[in-house]
Design a protein around this ligand. Structure first.
Ligand code: HEM
Length: 527
């Protein structure tokens, strides 16, 4: 429960400013006599520079905007709690995943990806599902999506991909939609997008509520235990209410009638005490099984089918408090995939590796310099002590003369190392510097086909309908043909059905290899 037994809420308390707290003042604390009339030379005369209140009021207003996120600009957030019910101490030293008596405060931000900050909620898009766990060992951010795979395998393509998805440069059309030439041109030329495109054209891209959406860490991470033994892990969130979508036609109408539909739903649920809940699950793969699969664990365009590695449910997340201030909290929160606690480590997934650079880099400009971890929503509940100093918006009053390691002047240096400190997993790495993706990343169609095979009849109809609508808006015929040719590698029948709806000759049977594997967990009938 939110309150003073929650260290995060207690920390936020000292920043809260209630409207009735005081009389109207300037930022310097001077009480204001009149805020409707500027100071002027005579009743009809010019305004005077002396009016410090006018100048401050206008200046602050002039500087209210900060850059929106380069992706995931549109979002909604909430605080909550994570409780563990099954210890993972056999696999990790992360305390919040070992000690079932702990309650960990969290902040979650749900988002769309392509649209700008003011765009509609119910568009066809991926949804972000980012969670900041304020653990006693420091912040752990699980920066995931509501789909378990991604469009590309290597983060070096991310700027290309996002440029293809975002509105086009000449006219900034379309605002937030996959119905345009640049996206489909990228797709036809980058077959690794095919699996994710199947998800994007499915009803998963139209969540009914943020409380009815799955979440995935996407990448394979590592858990590391007290003996230094690593286990591969995929993280999952499962909504207790089940996974539910809107119908495409509904989303169109809602986007007009209530563009804040998902945001409002999240807010209202929490205000009404109908708290969104998610089960937390892990898929665990022993290190020695790294090469056991017919795909690469480091390839973010692949799932580990639940039939092969079941999801073990070990905890539960409850969202139970709305933020006080959208800008201060939901807008200024800074998630970063590199924020890990001892016992959780990365893998060599090349998409993950690029993300390790990107988030801090973008937040340095978005949030104005290196001190944004001091913004209340971003502050860990764990004690922060280091030798960083200065920078824009420095808020802390570091005590002592010496801000360097080692020193004998400031009553002793903070200790380095020892019990509880983060040590990186000692993975052996040895190789030539090359720009070449491993052959184990080459199969772009089998899991796209697995997804298609796993769909029920109505889900398939919706997928075909989505391809026809979105791809059908693509003006260049060669692009539509190119995408249909790619789909033909996924499933011939799918390609023929889409071709018929987008003015393209149905293809002859493609190279799609026939095996009809399914994964029932992928169908929303079962999710
Ligand atoms: C933002 C997820 C891939 C760069 C976000 C957010 C989420 C997310 C949920 C919103 C965070 C928030 O609510 O504040 C993912 C997932 C990915 C992925 C699940 C793939 C598995 C990438 C890649 C890059 C990237 C490959 C770059 C190489 C960014 C940037 C932001 C962002 C720059 C804006 C962050 C900010 O301004 O605070 N991503 N992303 N993402 N992502 Fe990703």
């Amino acid at each position: 429960p939110a309150g003073h037994d929650d260290p995060k809420q207690e920390q936020l308390e000292r920043w809260r400013v209630a409207p009735e707290d005081t009389r109207l003042t300037t930022d310097q604390g001077i009480q204001v006599d009149d805020t409707d009339n500027s100071l002027a030379a005579g009743e009809r005369g010019p305004t005077l520079m002396d009016d410090f209140h006018l100048r401050e009021k206008i200046t602050h207003f002039d500087h209210e905007r900060i850059p929106e996120r380069v992706v995931h600009a549109r979002g909604s957030g909430a605080y909550g709690h994570f409780r563990l019910h099954e210890s993972l101490a056999e696999y990790t030293t992360a305390e919040f995943l070992c000690d079932t008596s702990l309650t960990t405060p969290v902040f979650v931000r749900f988002s769309t990806v392509a649209g700008s900050r003011g765009s509609a909620d119910t568009v066809r898009d991926v949804r972000g599902f980012a969670t900041k766990f304020y653990t006693r060992q420091g912040n752990f951010d699980l920066v995931g999506n509501n789909m378990p795979v991604f469009f590309i395998q290597d983060g070096i393509k991310f700027p290309d991909f996002v440029h293809a998805v975002k509105p086009e440069p000449p006219n900034e059309i379309p605002q937030a939609s996959s119905a345009h030439d640049t996206l489909w041109d990228f797709v036809q030329l980058q077959p690794e997008t095919m699996h994710m495109m199947m998800w994007l054209m499915s009803d998963r891209a139209l969540p009914r509520s943020y409380a009815m959406m799955q979440g995935f860490g996407v990448h394979t991470f590592r858990l590391v235990n007290a003996e230094g033994r690593a286990t591969f892990v995929k993280f999952h969130w499962r909504p207790v209410l089940g996974t539910h979508s809107l119908a495409w036609d509904e989303t169109q109408k809602i986007a007009g009638k209530d563009p804040d539909f998902n945001r409002r739903d999240l807010w209202d649920r929490i205000e009404a005490g109908d708290h969104p809940e998610f089960e937390f699950g892990v898929q665990l793969v022993p290190a020695e099984d790294e090469h056991r699969f017919d795909f690469d664990l480091l390839d973010a365009t692949k799932i580990i089918p639940e039939e092969e590695v079941p999801v073990r449910t070990v905890g539960r997340l409850v969202l139970d408090r709305n933020p006080d201030n959208f800008f201060a909290e939901t807008e200024q929160v800074a998630f970063h995939i590199a924020n890990v606690v001892p016992g959780i480590d990365f893998t060599n997934d090349p998409l993950l590796q690029a993300r390790l650079f990107s988030y801090l880099d973008t937040q340095l400009i978005r949030l104005g310099g290196p001190n944004f971890p001091q913004i209340p929503v971003n502050q860990p509940v764990a004690k922060v002590r280091n030798h960083h100093r200065d920078g824009y918006h420095q808020m802390t009053l570091q005590q002592g003369q010496a801000s360097y390691h080692k020193n004998t002047l400031s009553g002793g240096c903070p200790a380095v190392g020892g019990e509880g400190s983060y040590t990186h997993f000692q993975e052996r790495v040895d190789g030539n510097k090359i720009r070449k993706r491993s052959a184990s990343f080459a199969d772009h169609y089998s899991q796209a086909r697995l997804f298609w095979n796993s769909m029920s009849g109505w889900e398939r109809e919706h997928i075909v309908g989505a391809f026809r609508f979105e791809l059908g808006k693509c003006e260049r015929k060669q692009v539509r043909e190119g995408v249909v040719a790619q789909l033909n590698h996924v499933d011939h029948d799918l390609a023929v059905q889409v071709a018929k709806g987008v003015g393209v000759e149905p293809p002859t049977p493609g190279i799609a290899e026939g095996h009809g594997r399914t994964s029932p967990a992928l169908s929303q009938d079962r999710a």
